[in-house]
Design a binder for this molecule. Structure first.
Ligand code: SAH
Length: 466
């Protein structure tokens, strides 16, 4: 079949009706059935655009003028919203953001998994959807002899200078400003990514929402850190709640923020925070949900679906520092966690201790390797919770989970596309869900978290795995 020519060329000026939104928040319209992505335009708007890039099946265009605007359009509250890549939806009123995320989850189920029968519940949003993040990572760079620190502009490594961030907790903002000032005062050289030269690459700050403890991690391109003592004295003086200063040594060319090695320069090397009644110790390398207020909402949804009565065995796969397993432990007979980051597992074990929980144990390893082993050993949990990273669950893990014949499998997901894909795999194996609960953990960004409970379909038999 002959490939149809795209109906637009780069440079063309056209008027287009936006009738959809991509999962990253771009407006989407059609020209004779051909898809055009228009960043910053919203569904229901009519815009004059200039076409930028044209590919075989879609094009990108930039708005030059709004002919009709959406009633859901609002003024972004952040002055650098247009440049910064951190938020994508500040121009969309918050209730409309929630509706968009609900649609996105429903779309994933119908388009990716071909499942029409799954009900997507309204997204549980925040009453005050700002200043929610407990973690900030700010890159440093040199610009004509000046140190600049800020955010990467969308899709690039150009730094937009940091002023303040409306989705960060105020303590993170203040701490980052203090670090930037001190680094400038002490002439600590910034890292220059292009030349792979210089010293200070990133600062990462974490604040315990409930404890107000602050951790500062300085990521350096090597073990050297000049004027260390003066740096620590000034940080201690200017950062209220400072509990830890850690140097993370990261000498390689790489896009990851943290290197492997941590040196505690001051304080205990971690911070504590609490989710509901459970306290957690959080180390630099450990994952911890970035929106603690909504994490309680999320974990309560997990708890409700787990429906524990006190004696059950629970598996917490991709457990991080043990958060979900320990949150459920008070209603369970035994908790088994698995996680690939060693420092997180150390934290999980100490967290069990910290909360006086003696019936939880944690193993380091890839969940897709440990779970099949547990299944072989005859471990038969009543409830399995999985909370994988964006790429979703490995097929070996889903296969092992099904082989364990749990009463319920609760899937916590930060990516509706892989959740839908895995839901289809589970359905083939006899585990089905009829509803998905999205929770907004990341207001003003295009991300959405979901919880779904899978139970064995009546009458389905379990594959024997042979
Ligand atoms: N359940 C935790 C963490 C969820 S984030 C919480 O709610 O806080 C996902 C976790 O999976 C991260 O801690 C990451 O380190 C871990 N992880 C990623 N790939 C993994 C794998 N293949 N096996 C086990 N853990 C993995």
């Amino acid at each position: 079949m002959k490939q149809r020519q795209p109906p637009v060329d780069p440079g063309d000026r056209i008027t287009i009706d936006i009738d959809n939104q991509s999962h990253t928040g771009d407006g989407v319209g059609k020209v004779n059935g051909f898809t055009v992505f228009v960043p910053s335009a919203l569904p229901g708007e009519r815009v004059r655009v200039q076409v930028q890039k044209v590919k075989k099946t879609y094009a990108h265009a930039r708005v030059e003028e709004w002919e009709e605007t959406s009633p859901d359009r609002v003024d972004p509250f952040c002055p650098i919203f247009e440049q910064c890549g951190g938020c994508q939806l500040q121009h969309l009123a918050y209730p409309a953001q929630l509706r968009m995320k609900e649609r996105q989850v429903a779309d994933s189920f119908s388009r990716i998994a071909g499942m029409e029968g799954v009900k997507v519940l309204p997204v549980m949003g925040m009453e005050q959807p700002w200043h929610y993040r407990n973690k900030a990572q700010v890159p440093f760079s040199g610009r004509r002899g000046e140190t600049v620190a800020g955010f990467y502009a969308a899709g690039t490594h150009e730094i937009v200078p940091y002023e303040s961030c409306f989705i960060q907790q105020e303590t993170n903002d203040q701490t980052i400003q203090a670090v930037i000032d001190i680094v400038r005062e002490l002439d600590i050289p910034p890292y220059e990514e292009r030349l792979h030269r210089g010293l200070l690459r990133h600062v990462m700050v974490r604040t315990g929402k409930r404890t107000k403890e602050v951790m500062v991690v300085l990521v350096t391109n090597g073990p050297r850190l000049p004027r260390k003592r003066e740096l620590l004295t000034r940080l201690e003086k200017r950062v209220p709640g400072l509990a830890s200063v850690v140097q993370n040594i990261h000498p390689r060319r790489s896009n990851t923020v943290l290197g492997k090695e941590n040196r505690v320069l001051w304080g205990k090397g971690w911070i504590e925070d609490a989710i509901g009644p459970v306290r957690f110790r959080i180390s630099p390398h450990s994952f911890f949900q970035v929106n603690p207020d909504q994490t309680v909402v999320l974990y309560e949804e997990v708890r409700r679906r787990a429906a524990l009565t006190g004696g059950e065995t629970v598996v917490d796969a991709y457990c991080g520092i043990g958060t979900i397993g320990l949150y459920l432990a008070r209603d369970a007979g035994r908790v088994l966690g698995v996680e690939s980051v060693e420092q997180a597992v150390e934290d999980a074990r100490l967290n069990a201790e910290l909360n006086g929980i003696i019936h939880a144990s944690f193993e380091v390893g890839a969940a897709e390797e440990i779970m099949p082993r547990w299944a072989d050993e005859g471990i038969r949990p009543d409830v399995i919770v999985v909370d994988p990273p964006r790429k979703g669950c490995a097929p070996e893990l889903l296969e092992a989970a099904v082989r364990m014949e749990p009463e319920r499998l609760i899937y916590v997901s930060c990516n509706p596309a892989t959740l839908a894909r895995d839901a289809a795999i589970l359905a083939d194996q006899g585990y089905v869900t009829n509803e998905v609960q999205p929770v907004d953990l990341f207001p003003h960004t295009h991300h959405v978290e979901c919880v779904a409970a899978f139970t064995r379909e009546e009458g389905s038999s379990i594959p024997d795995g042979s």
